[in-house]
Design a protein around this ligand. Structure first.
Ligand code: ADP
Ligand code: ADP
Length: 225
């Protein structure tokens, strides 16, 4: 089952100006259920751009994005938002947890926004926290958690609404190597348990080597690496 398909994506920033930059020049990608793919490239190569387009947070100039077999060409903003909320989870380099809410609440809130009843959302949140080894941190606010713990909560939040696809942009980029390994272990375990597919941008070649496949973004196209 193909969860994410990108075909011939092109993207140019600031077209027609001296700052014009052609970031994507025909990027193709097929992501299958249960697959974990590393996206490796130097800084500035366009990894974030690609992830934002794949996750329907941005649009390409040309090419196609299909999510769960649905071609998003011609889909309006309402449809794009619905598919993004249902099918895509994001994790960033910084956790972006809401500071005034607890770890559990941060995982519950997106579910409530999605119409899940409170009790069910809390049960799901508690399950996810337990899976990442944070059952004892449910009532802590983000500021009271370590960097690795914050990122593990961010991973739980991304998976709260049971997306098909996890998109992660340097998810362990500001963690030390040991913590980074730990967060990554948890991420791989969750992917294995949920059959999710994941596209993970990273600079860390050791982490990349633990994934099913490595793709390199070079000169605006994706190549097996
Ligand atoms: P990466 O994630 O690989 O570091 P990005 O996708 O963030 O790369 O950026 C790719 C290139 O596009 C960079 O040169 C960046 O400066 C440029 N860029 C990114 N977003 C914009 C934007 N909104 N406007 C203009 N240029 C941008
Ligand atoms: P709303 O504004 O109604 O919350 P959005 O389309 O902005 O809907 O957000 C949908 C999902 O995408 C949310 O889970 C949100 O966290 C994520 N999201 C949207 N824009 C960004 C962004 N620029 N950076 C990070 N996450 C974003």
């Amino acid at each position: 089952e193909i969860t994410l398909q990108l075909e011939g994506l092109t993207k140019t920033y600031l077209p027609g100006t001296p700052g014009e930059i052609q970031v994507l020049r025909g990027a193709d990608l097929t992501l299958r259920a249960g697959e974990v793919v590393a996206l490796v490239a130097p800084s500035g190569a366009g990894k974030s751009t690609l992830l934002q387009i794949a996750g329907l947070l941005d649009t390409a100039d040309g090419g196609r994005v299909c999510i769960g077999g649905q071609d998003m060409a011609g889909a309006g903003e309402r449809k794009r938002t619905a598919v993004r909320r249902q099918d895509v989870g994001f994790v960033y380099q910084f956790h972006h947890l809401l500071p005034e809410f607890t770890a559990l609440e941060n995982i519950v809130l997106p579910q409530l926004a999605d119409g899940v009843p409170q009790r069910q959302a809390e049960a799901r949140g508690a399950d996810l926290l337990a899976l990442v080894g944070l059952a004892g941190r449910a009532a802590h606010r983000p500021a009271a958690l370590s960097g690795g713990e914050q990122q593990r909560v961010a991973v739980c939040r991304a998976l709260a609404n049971r997306p098909r696809i996890l998109l992660a942009d340097e998810p362990t980029g500001n963690l030390d190597p040991a913590t980074s390994d730990q967060v990554f272990d948890v991420l791989l375990q969750l992917v294995a348990e949920t059959g999710l597919s994941a596209l993970i941008a990273t600079h860390n070649l050791e982490l990349a080597a633990r994934m099913n496949r490595v793709l390199r973004l070079e000169n605006g196209v994706l190549q097996d690496g």
